[in-house]
Design a protein around this ligand. Structure first.
Ligand SMILES: C[S@@+](CC[C@H](N)C(=O)[O-])C[C@H]1O[C@@H](n2cnc3c(N)ncnc32)[C@H](O)[C@@H]1O
Length: 385
């Protein structure tokens, strides 16, 4: 994460604009300050933490924009305005830090899929070799890549732009939450290649009963969910999980070469590890489901009341939770609450910003998944108290 440390810091007056960046306002807590920055469609926070005479100024993790260049440039502009004297800095853009031409999406349904689209999805594409190979060799398919690792998203976005692959859509989201937002019977193939094995924490795996249920719903009849792994534990776990479904069949391959080998695969092959494919084919037509809505607040919270009664709080419900973590304020007009909520193993990390008595999730909209809806109800009741 881009950051710098300075022993000289004169907070600049807000708002100001420079070089295409708008620095809008600042909210404070006893521990840190957030400055809201806007660049084109991206909005994000930079964080300032002060201790003794030193100040650490860095990008904020939850709102980190998909393009790190935006963060580096915003921090550089802010540092100059604040007359900072950098004791340490990693702000210098690397040679890869050119702007990405085509965007990285935060919402899979932004693309308005039509029923005639032939869709492939790859989850956790990493270096993107397999994703780009599929897109290049199947120009009629829409190839959607879902990743949570921003540097991988950026790197593959640049390769996509360089290769002129217009059929690649990149989505910056946790695939475990995203599946529920896809329309039923719409996808031909879902690839999960070399997912993090989580041998000691299997509940964190991408593949779960819930994931397979949603995958079968979104797959067309004859569509496949394809796991490729070097982990024997993940392999047997996937076989057991896939076999729980009656309207699907499971095929297994050992050390079967694909046309393209990923970075991880090359490494495991050098170590002479076995590689397993577990392929689940869907044989059911699922009930149609509209793309999921996003969650919104339809009332005006009272910021004074929230400021006076806020304390960190954890609420546990049946299969979901809500954690109100920190509060930052700008006078009593703007309130920024850092939260985590949703399904226990698939948490959303988000801010709630209440500005001029209007509340909204930030930086992204939140999908109305089952667990998120239950969490949202608790959040709304708490804001309304
Ligand atoms: C071990 S790497 C494999 C990358 C690539 N598939 C390959 O074969 O080289 C696993 C990838 O999955 C991504 N990942 C992990 N959990 C994820 C999730 N819940 N949603 C989307 N991507 C995820 C990681 O960021 C990482 O890039």
């Amino acid at each position: 994460m881009p950051n710098f440390i300075t022993d000289n810091f004169t907070p600049p007056l807000l708002p100001f604009s420079e070089g295409g960046y708008d620095f809008l306002w600042e909210a404070a807590s006893p521990a840190s300050h957030y400055v809201l920055v806007r660049k084109e469609k991206a909005e994000f926070f930079i964080t300032i933490k002060s201790k003794d005479n030193n100040h650490v100024i860095k990008g904020e993790k939850i709102s980190r924009p998909s393009q790190v260049l935006f963060l580096q440039q915003a921090l550089q502009i802010y540092a100059n305005r604040a007359k900072c004297n950098a004791l340490f800095s990693n702000l210098k853009p690397s040679k890869n830090s050119r702007k990405i031409k085509n965007s990285i999406s935060k919402d899979i349904n932004e693309q308005n899929h039509t029923s005639s689209d032939e869709i492939y999805i790859e989850i956790g594409f990493g270096s993107g070799r397999h994703l780009l190979y599929q897109a290049k060799n199947n120009p009629q398919k829409k190839v959607i890549g879902i990743e949570i690792h921003k540097p991988s998203l950026e790197q593959v976005a640049r390769q996509r732009d360089a290769l002129g692959l217009e059929n690649v859509v990149l989505v910056d989201y946790d695939s475990r939450i995203l599946m529920e937002s896809l329309p039923s019977n719409s996808v031909e193939k879902i690839f999960v290649h070399f997912p993090v094995p989580w041998d000691k924490k299997p509940h964190r795996r991408v593949i779960s009963d819930y994931f397979v249920e949603e995958a079968l719903r979104v797959l067309k009849t004859g569509g496949t969910l394809e796991l490729r792994t070097d982990s024997e534990l993940y392999f047997t776990y996937a076989v057991d999980t896939f076999l729980k479904n009656e309207k699907a069949d499971v095929r297994i391959f050992k050390n079967f070469d694909l046309e393209i080998s990923s970075k991880y695969e090359d490494r495991w092959k050098r170590l002479e590890k076995n590689i397993y494919d577990v392929i689940l084919t869907n044989h059911q037509t699922s009930v149609e489901q509209e793309p999921l809505n996003t969650l919104h607040f339809d009332f005006s919270p009272n910021t004074d009341k929230i400021i006076s009664r806020f304390s960190p709080k954890l609420f546990k419900g049946e299969g979901f939770f809500v954690h109100f973590e920190t509060l930052h304020t700008k006078g009593n007009e703007v309130v920024v609450i850092k939260t985590a909520f949703g399904a226990n193993e698939r948490a959303e990390h988000s801010f709630i910003i209440i500005d001029k008595n209007k509340a909204a999730y930030f930086p992204n909209n939140i999908y109305a998944t089952k667990a998120n809806k239950m969490a949202h109800k608790i959040i709304a009741e708490w804001l309304h108290e």
